[in-house]
Design a protein around this ligand. Sequence first.
Ligand SMILES: [Zn+2]
Length: 105
Amino acid sequence: MTENIELINETQKILKVLSNSTRLNILLLLEHNSLSVNELVQKLKVSQPAISKQLNILKKFQIVTFKQQGTTNFYKLDDLHILTVIKSTMDHAQHILNNQKCDNN
Ligand SMILES: [Zn+2]
């Protein structure tokens, strides 16, 4: 049975958003902490405009949000679904790297 076309299209867009190492690193850093753009720049050694560009894409898809404290915006995960997708995919990637079969089937 074919899933709803609109839903599949939106899912495809979100998976494309996740298919970028800078965005994945941002999301993993935000798992436990809210971070400012400057903190992300320092941790990832990526330019401020590049971090801002990726955060805007993540915001557009409601994957991150931010709260303002004084003059600084602190970014955080908006949706834990996405972290689950990343963690599951990383588990699978580790299976491949270890030449293991997944034990969940
Ligand atoms: Zn696996």
